[in-house]
Structures are given as C-alpha cells and as structure tokens.
Design a protein around this ligand. Structure first.
Ligand code: HEC
Length: 152
C-alpha cells in the first residue's frame, strides 16, 4: 500500500509538471474535476468524524477512509488551471485571489497534504487518540485555505 501511494504521488507530481490544462478541454471541466475531488475528500472526512464520535470507533473504517483521502488529496490542485477562474455548474466558489497567490496557495496545499499523510499513518497505527489529533490537524489545514480562498 505504501509503495502504491508513493508511486501515485510521483505520478501526480509528473502530471503537475506537464502543462496542467492539457488534460481539460474546457475551464468548466477543470472546475468539475476539483469540485469532485473535494466532494470525495469531504465525504471521507465525514466518515472518519462519524467514527471518532462513536462509542466504539471502527478503526478499519477510519483506515479505509484515510487511505482514500491520502490518495485523492494530491489531485485537488490539478483542477486549478488558467481558464477555470469563473463558471462551472455549480458555479465555482474559488475566490479570484486563489489564482493570483501562487506561493501561498501552494504552501496551504502542501500543508494539507502533509497533514493528510500523517492522518493516514496514524490511522494505520490504530491508536484512536493519535487519529483524533491528526484528524484535527487535517481539519485545520482545510479551513486555513477555505477561510482565505473559498467563497461562502
Ligand atoms: C489550497 C486550498 C484548499 C485546501 C487545502 C482545501 N480546500 Fe476545499 N476547497 C477549496 C476551494 C477553492 C474550493 C471551491 C472549489 C470550486 O468551487 O471550484 C473548495 C471546496 C471544497 C468543498 C466543496 C466541494 C463542492 O463543490 O461541493 C469541500 C467539501 C471541500 N473543499 C473540502 C475540503 C477538505 C475536506 C479539505 C481538507 C482535507 C480541503 N477542502 C482542503 C480550497 C481548498
């Protein structure tokens, strides 16, 4: 599994290095792509949260959700390409600043991916307290970007 994730991240990095917009015919395709990735991420976070609130958290369920989160999280950034600043169905909620603040957005994205990787590691470890702490840090890293770059 670990090898797979490493290879997958490499593939994502290689994709990111190629002209990113080549994979989308239209701006709205890129918007749909990133929104889909975020919907999956939100759903996996919800799955983990529900288990953490349960009397007896199902660690296997948390592990599978954390693994999905770790494999899709690196993809979200691919959808933020030139030509996808506006439009989409539903309309994009990305603020215009996101497309102008490259280094800051990249740092927020990197931080989120690091926290997601830590959550995945904690989930594999199986210690619910450690998972809870890592889950909180992931949530913070999502919020940090949403506060600045996602419209209400
Ligand atoms: C680097 C910035 C950034 C980070 C980090 C980030 N998001 Fe987002 N998120 C956005 C933006 C921008 C949008 C709006 C995208 C759009 O509409 O085009 C968004 C949208 C969403 C949506 C709504 C998707 C929809 O269209 O219905 C969800 C759910 C979501 N994010 C969950 C998460 C979760 C969970 C994390 C952390 C694990 C996270 N995001 C991390 C920037 C970020």
């Amino acid at each position: 599994m670990h090898k797979f994730v490493a290879a997958f991240s490499l593939a994502a990095a290689a994709l990111a290095a190629a002209p990113a917009h080549a994979q989308f015919a239209k701006g709205e395709d890129a918007i749909r792509y990133r929104q889909s990735v975020f919907v999956i991420m939100g759903a996996q976070m919800g799955r983990i949260n529900a288990q953490l609130k349960a009397d007896k958290p199902n660690v296997a369920s948390i592990q599978s959700a954390a693994a999905v989160l770790a494999s899709v999280a690196p993809l979200a950034g691919e959808g933020f390409v030139p030509g996808s600043e506006t439009g989409g169905v539903p309309p994009t909620k990305a603020k215009p600043e996101l497309f102008l603040d490259g280094p800051k957005v990249a740092a927020l994205s990197k931080k989120m991916n690091e926290e997601v990787a830590k959550l995945n590691a904690a989930a594999k470890g199986g210690d619910v307290k450690a998972i809870q702490a890592a889950f909180g840090s992931v949530g913070q890293s999502c919020k940090a970007c949403h506060d600045d770059y996602r419209a209400k």
